[in-house]
Each structure stands twice: as C-alpha cells, then as structure tokens.
Write a protein that binds this ligand. Structure first.
Ligand SMILES: Cc1ncc(COP(=O)(O)O)c(C=O)c1O
Length: 404
C-alpha cells in the first residue's frame, strides 16, 4: 500500500490564518450587526495601478492574435523581465546581479517553500523567532526539523534566533552553527529591519561557516530609512553565500496576480556544486513559468509611470502605518515597526497572551489583528496590525482601540 509523507502529520494545528478565519467567521455569524475592521492578514487592498492594468490589457490583446501569441514561457522567465529586475532592483543600487541570475516565479511564498529542496535534509536551519511561518512549515514537510515540543512550541532540530524588544527585534548570531539561515528584512511580523553593517556581519558569518542565507526581501519597497539595505547583495561577499527572494505582491499589489523572482548568483556553490545550476534544473523540471501576460505586468512595475504610481500606493499604506503606530503609542501601548514596513508590532497589555488579546480586540473593538504567537514562540505577548486596510478603516479601528 502506498505510504504518505508522514512529515505532514507532524505539522501542529492549522495554518495561523485559517484559525483566525474560523474565529472571525464564528464571531461574525453570531454578531451580524457588528462592522468588523480587518487589520490582520497581510493582503493588499488597493487596486492595480493604471500602468500595470494597461500592460495587462496590451498583453491580453497580443495573446489573442496569431502573430503575437506566446505559448510556454522560457523556463527561467522572459528576458525583458529578468533584465528589468536585474537593472532596477540590483544594478541601480550598485549590486552586481545580472539578468541570468534572476529566476522569475509566481511568488516568494512558493520560492521560499521550494528552495529548500535543493539542500540535503540533514542541514540545520536557523530562523528568526518570530517570523513568516512558511520557512519552518516547509522544512517540517521536508523532514528537516526533528520533533515538535508542544509546551515550548519549538522543533528539536531548528535553531531559533529570538527577536525581542531586548535586541531591538534583530537576531543575534546563533550559538549552534546552522547550514541554512532564513533572514527576512523588513521583517514580517515585527516590521523591524537591520542596518547594512549588521547585515554585513551575517554575510561574513555565513561565508565563514559555509552556511547559505535565504534572504526574503518581500517588503523591500517599504524601506524609508537611508542605512537600511534593500538587497543583501549590497553587502560585500553576499554572492558567495546568499539567495534572495523577491515578490511583486506588496510593492505592486500582485497578491492575486502572482509574480516573484529568486536570485541565485552564479558564483554560489557548495561542495563544488553550483546552486544556480541546481535551481535552474529544479525550475526547468517542475515549473512552466509565470504567464506572459503577468510578466509584462511585472515589466510595467519598472516603467516611469509604474514607479510613480506605485510610490503613491506605498505612501498610502505607510500613512496608515503612521496612524496605527502613533495612535497606539498615544494610547499607551508599546509599539515598534511601521517605519520601514507595513507591519506594526505591539506588546499586548497587562501580560495578556496573544490569542487572549485577539479575542479581546475582536469583541471589544471589532478589530481583527494577528496574534504574535502564531509567528513563533518569541511572538507570545505580542500582536501584529497591518497597514494594508483603507485609510478610513484604519482611522476608525485605532479610534475604537483607543476607547477600549
Ligand atoms: C515574508 C514574506 N515572504 C513572502 C510572502 C509571500 O509573497 P508572495 O505573495 O510573493 O508569494 C509573504 C506574504 O505575506 C511574506 O510575508
């Protein structure tokens, strides 16, 4: 009889957002008169900007005509998009990344989950705690994380790097040596970032111990401070130790459109094997490419009109972030994030657990947020609010929270 991959059975409970969804729908059904404001899930709400919808429309017309119709996309992405990504996201920032080091995909979630496939299951992973849950969960599925301890909510073979108020939500170099290090800056959920000198320390460390950094830059577009790196390749030596994940979801509203890119430098190798070649093999074998229409939309992100329109969109969300951050601070809450990221990370009041505060906020203010403990054990006692709502709802939600 067929045997299943029983690593899946080790995954505790349901995915964080399914649990929130269930709680919210139960509450909404029991209280149909209440108007809920959702500042929980990290999904965008503003529509695609005109530069992008025009590119989509044009590409749709091309697909309907014999002369311009396209079938399968090139495995690694169309040259027009790979070149645009390499130029605008890297070369213009002084990073030596070429178009053939860019692998176009349908998003950073898939890539962050899939990239671990090219590494041995014997590797030890290190993750920030708290962090985007996909890194750990996909390694659980692969059988790389050991056993789960229900009390501490940790895996025996995962190296957790606590990011707390004490270290300004920036991880310290781990005591045990990892093989794969997941870093995500600006961070989901804490909204924190690290300065270039600190990221350089990580790059030097990874090169020294032979580890690979998987650097998730999904929120790069929200960086507003000068000394915060937009790419790990701004650091010297990163090309020999880092893979970078890029997403079009949060900078351009592509959460439903789907587009991303992973950068694997050519000189990145371990044990004499090129990781670029391995990822190219994986991509070519298991993936048939993001659609032509969507890649054209991605190209429009880098047009002059696209850039200007998206700058306004980011500014809109960051205005919300300021409303949340300032509003909560003035109500006496301890808050961080919201300056280089669309996430605001708040300490729950009076030692409440994250889930207790979730229920309290849902019932007292009819506002939905995300319990910090869902992102890792060090997230307990914290709560995440996001700037992705409408301005009106954000102002209303903070008004309600202030009255609690
Ligand atoms: C850190 C991080 N990486 C990746 C993603 C997913 O990106 P994508 O929509 O490109 O799959 C998210 C989404 O919330 C995220 O928070």
């Amino acid at each position: 009889m067929v045997q299943i991959n029983d690593n899946y059975l080790k995954l505790p409970g349901s995915y964080l957002f399914s649990m929130i969804g269930q709680k919210v729908s139960t509450y909404a059904e029991a209280n149909p008169d209440k108007k809920l404001i959702r500042l929980g899930i990290g999904d965008v709400t503003l529509p695609l900007v005109p530069a992008i919808t025009s590119a989509l429309e044009k590409a749709v017309v091309e697909m309907g005509q014999e002369r311009t119709f396209r079938g399968y996309a090139p495995d690694l992405g169309y040259a027009f998009l790979r070149t645009a990504i390499a130029k605008h996201d890297f070369q213009d920032r002084g990073c030596d990344i070429s178009a053939d080091e860019v692998f176009v995909s349908d998003g950073a979630k898939c890539d962050s989950g899939n990239i671990q496939e090219i590494f041995s299951v014997d590797n030890k992973i290190a993750v920030c705690d708290p962090v985007y849950p996909v890194y750990v969960d996909t390694n659980v599925m692969a059988g790389r994380t050991g056993t789960y301890d229900v009390t501490s909510e940790t895996w025996s073979d995962v190296i957790y790097m606590p990011c707390t108020k004490e270290n300004n939500f920036a991880p310290e170099l781990p005591k045990k040596t990892p093989d794969m290090i997941y870093l995500c800056f600006p961070n989901n959920p804490t909204g924190s970032t690290i300065h270039k000198a600190m990221l350089q320390t990580w790059v030097d460390y990874a090169n020294q111990v032979g580890a690979i950094i998987i650097y998730d830059a999904a929120y790069e577009a929200y960086i507003s401070e000068k000394d915060v790196p937009h790419s790990i390749y701004e650091c010297e030596g990163a090309k020999t130790c880092a893979i970078e994940l890029r997403s079009f979801s949060k900078n351009a509203g592509f959460t439903g459109v789907r587009l991303g890119a992973t950068i694997v430098p050519k000189e990145l190798e371990r044990g004499g094997v090129s990781l670029h070649a391995l990822w190219a093999r994986r991509h070519g074998t298991k993936y048939n490419g993001a659609p032509y229409i969507i890649q054209r939309a991605g190209e429009a992100v880098y047009s002059e009109a696209g850039k200007a329109q998206l700058k306004e969109q980011i500014a809109y969300y960051m205005k919300n972030a300021k409303v949340i951050r300032d509003g909560l601070a003035s109500a006496g809450y301890t808050v961080s994030g919201g300056i280089n990221a669309p996430y605001i990370w708040m300490k729950t009041p009076e030692g409440m657990s994250s889930w207790a505060f979730f229920d309290y906020l849902l019932e007292e203010a009819n506002v939905v947020g995300t319990p910090g403990s869902g992102f890792g054990p060090s997230g307990e006692g914290y709560f995440r609010l996001t700037a992705f709502g409408s301005y009106e709802n954000t102002v209303a939600a903070i008004g309600r929270i202030k009255k609690m």
